[in-house]
Ligand binder design. Structure first.
Ligand code: NIG
Ligand code: FE
Length: 422
């Protein structure tokens, strides 16, 4: 990569999160944002070369400043590009009808058991061709970018057959190539038992293990392997088999755990060495302890609890128990149809008892670690990718305090300005 160097100058607060590249932050350290006042960042070839006060950076850079493009952040907040570590980005259609049904009292699982829910989106996604899926997903990715997100994880799981799972993953791969936002792929063939296998779920589990995982790995279409471990979907035993099979093919385990009822998902995550366990609304104390010990990142999804009108996962308790916590939208058409990571941050503060500093850690460096990217994104340090956001607020608390607004002003990805609000 070449082109002009870039100076992002004079941020009122520059949130660096320095020193957190090797492991996610836990406990009290989740509040150590390592803020520089009147901070600047020097970028060359898409990589951060220097971070400090404006005076320090100017002195280091010297006369090279003359050739640089300048983004003036005076009076504003600058943070690492936000990272969303759990989305179901690639799907077709929407499910407003189910939203109405739930408002009238039907539950998420009842709708799914009656053939709606994930099954409804699976039908729509199977019918859509690659181009349609690409266009629909690309519009969502544009929206993520406008809210300050520079990397998302994206799961398959609305194909539920080899052909259609591959189609979803190919769309995610193409988006990663074409779009400024990076897309990190997760295979989630075990997202639901397809209707045709309702009476013989183990046959579907075998199909995921013998047919889908090897092919996804052979084509290098995913880095992670995820399972919806929940009563009525995949049992802990089936989930373990699927996650262990993925490991043999180099796919790192993730798990949708303890979302609707306590089911041993958090414990299983610790046992299989999952990179993250996600949801955790009903995780047991034992499971939380096991995750802290094993260093599994808890990816909490307050938008899902909000939208399903359920009790939130206890973010406060998990942070205090030493679990590294990340936050995410869970963007999907059923339980969380939002692309707004800033809204999720608001909910983290107001509904999960986390502090503004903790939620910022949870959507930058800890989110990066939840998708094994902590070494290259999530903090502003020399050597890392130049993914940054300028927010129209004077300090990091303003992001949460002025809730419900999109404060994103400028987004820089790989050292280039890729979004600027008019
Ligand atoms: O993370 N819980 C399972 N999967 C998604 C929802 C998928 C859907 O309803 O379409 C989730 O909430
Ligand atoms: Fe999910």
């Amino acid at each position: 990569m070449s082109g002009k160097p870039l100076l992002i100058q004079k941020a009122a607060q520059l949130v660096t999160l320095k020193g957190s590249s090797t492991a996610p932050l836990r406990g009290k350290a989740m509040e150590d944002l390592h803020i520089i006042e009147d901070g600047s960042v020097w970028v060359e070839d898409g990589i951060i070369r220097s971070v400090g006060t404006d005076a320090q950076v100017r002195e280091q850079v010297g006369s090279r400043l003359e050739e640089a493009e300048v983004v003036d952040a005076a009076g504003r907040l600058v943070t690492p590009g936000l990272v969303d570590p759990h989305t179901h980005l690639v799907f077709a259609g929407s499910r407003e009808n189910e939203f109405e049904m739930r408002l009238q009292g039907a539950t998420y699982m009842e709708i799914m058991e009656a053939g709606g829910g994930i099954h409804a989106t699976t039908s729509a996604t199977r019918q859509a061709d690659e181009e349609q899926l690409y266009q629909e997903s690309r519009r969502r990715l544009d929206q993520f970018l406008r809210h300050g997100v520079t990397t998302v994880e994206a799961k398959s799981g609305y194909g539920l057959s080899l052909e259609h799972e591959l189609k979803q993953l190919k769309v995610a791969q193409k988006l990663n190539r074409d779009h400024p936002v990076n897309v990190v792929s997760t295979f989630m063939g075990a997202h639901a038992i397809p209707a045709a296998y309702k009476e013989r779920p183990d046959e579907f589990v075998e199909q995921v293990i013998r047919e889908m995982i090897p092919e996804v790995a052979r084509r290098k279409l995913a880095e992670f392997n995820d399972v919806f471990c929940e009563r009525g979907v995949f049992t802990p035993d089936q989930s373990r088999r699927i996650l262990e099979a993925g490991k043999e093919y180099g796919l790192a385990p993730k798990i949708h755990a303890d979302e609707i009822e306590p089911y041993g998902g958090a414990e299983l995550a610790a046992q299989v060495g999952a990179v993250s366990a996600d949801h955790l609304l009903k995780a047991s104390d034992e499971g939380i302890r096991a995750m802290a010990e094993a260093g599994v990142v808890a990816v909490l999804l307050p938008g899902t609890a909000f939208f399903l009108m359920a009790e939130m996962a206890d973010g406060r308790k998990m942070v205090d128990a030493g679990v590294p916590v990340a936050l995410s939208t869970d963007c999907n058409p059923g339980s969380s149809p939002t692309i707004s990571l800033p809204l999720i941050m608001n909910l983290g503060c107001l509904k999960m008892g986390m502090t503004p500093a903790e939620v910022l850690t949870a959507t930058t460096i800890n989110a990066a670690h939840a998708i094994r990217r902590g070494h290259e994104i999530g903090s502003l340090e020399a050597g890392k990718k130049a993914d940054l956001v300028v927010f129209d607020v004077p300090n990091y608390m303003g992001l949460q305090y002025h809730y419900g607004s999109n404060h994103t002003r400028t987004v820089i990805k790989d050292g280039k300005v890729v979004y600027e609000r008019d």
